[in-house]
Design a protein around this ligand. Sequence first.
Ligand SMILES: [Fe+2]
Ligand SMILES: [Fe+2]
Length: 471
Amino acid sequence: MGSLDKPKALRLVTLFSGAVKGMSFYPASHPAITRPLTELHRILTSALGEEAQISWGLIDGIMFFEDHLFIAPSAAISELSNMMLEKEISRIVATTSINLNGTASVNFDELRSFIKILSVKSADFDTLSHQMAQTGITGFKIIRHGSNRYDGDGDEGPESSHGSDHVAAYNRALSAISTICLDIERGRIPNSAALIKVVDQMVGITRQEPLALLGLTMIKDYDNYTFNHCVNVGVLSMALGTALGLDATSVKDLGIAGLLHDIGKTMVPKEILNKPGKLSSGEFDEMKRHPELGSKIIREMEGLSPHIESVVLGHHLHYNRNGYPEWASKLPLNNMTDIVAVADTYDAITTLRVYQSPVNPRTALNEMKEMADTILNGAVFERFVEMMGSYPVGTLVRLDSNEVALVYRPNPLDEKAPTVLVLIDGDGVRLSAPRKQALIGSDGSHYAEIVAVVDPLLKNIDSGRFIADGA
Ligand SMILES: [Fe+2]
Ligand SMILES: [Fe+2]
């Protein structure tokens, strides 16, 4: 068990990421480096005061610090993850050194040298190890990706309880999309390799178990809304495409198109994107450019099928072609556009944003019914409703055992008996960790029945957070 709470662990990893990045721009004595380095040193020393060693790094693409996992990564965490992946580092281990007066501490100079060595972009794993040995760094160790990640301490690490393939794939997709957006902001043509790779993985998961990733789409990280929205739309589109019987190539294109559908927003001013309340007509015109801007970026990216460009251009055109961009209303659109449009609308409605409260999944589907055959393709929407079942993922329900639970995964054999995460026990006591429970077991045994839908606001429950923690 680590000695830092999650906010402190996050702070430490963020400072570490910033220091590595900063050291590639500034000399080690610059205040932009020394200030965060001093705070980093202080937190590390206090954490190591209670532990012989602590480690942070990547498990299946997810950043961890001791037993904390950062499922929805911030920009700093994504940057650190990318740096570690590039250098094939899976884990960084810090140990205390005993100083002259016999107390254990982290050697500040070693910390600074270690970060300096890591900050050299071109240095690969072997170069790093060599330089660390030459500099005499003993308080920090780097573990190569693919070697035994938990060597020496006999600790199975957090992987045993959290690191499922599904969460890892979701997280890799988040990281891929955030890197793409960063590239666009810096005026570069984004590289599509990481994105294609993760979508391939997701297609594999979805083909085997079409609904497996749906639970993750309830991860609604309010600070990271855009990236989560992109991944959610990708996941929902792939599941819906599979439910509609599309082949693997189309499902893959759908995933990529869903993930990329809003990348044009990267070029819309932030004040407009994040504005609470209604946009002025000029601002709305600006916002309406994002499908076209996105499709232009995609045209320049390597290895993407032309269908993807068309889906992104058309995702706000509506089924009746009364949407935007108006000039594109007569263009023949790929029918995958209708699938992404349904996924996009659903995820947007069920997410809390600066200007709207979240709507529970059932109400969202009811609202969308009004859009069938005009804004949305009615047949595609109907299949979506069937796929989500009576109790869509993310619905908070009361069971006849009096427990309160969150629907986590639909059950294709019995839509009234999904797999849930139990959050509150029969006596009204909130569980410290959600418990995954199939309402009908694989042997046909009944656990409980759903008796009512509960309003998450009444129970003060952040559904997305529970899905993230319980997955
Ligand atoms: Fe959009
Ligand atoms: Fe969108």
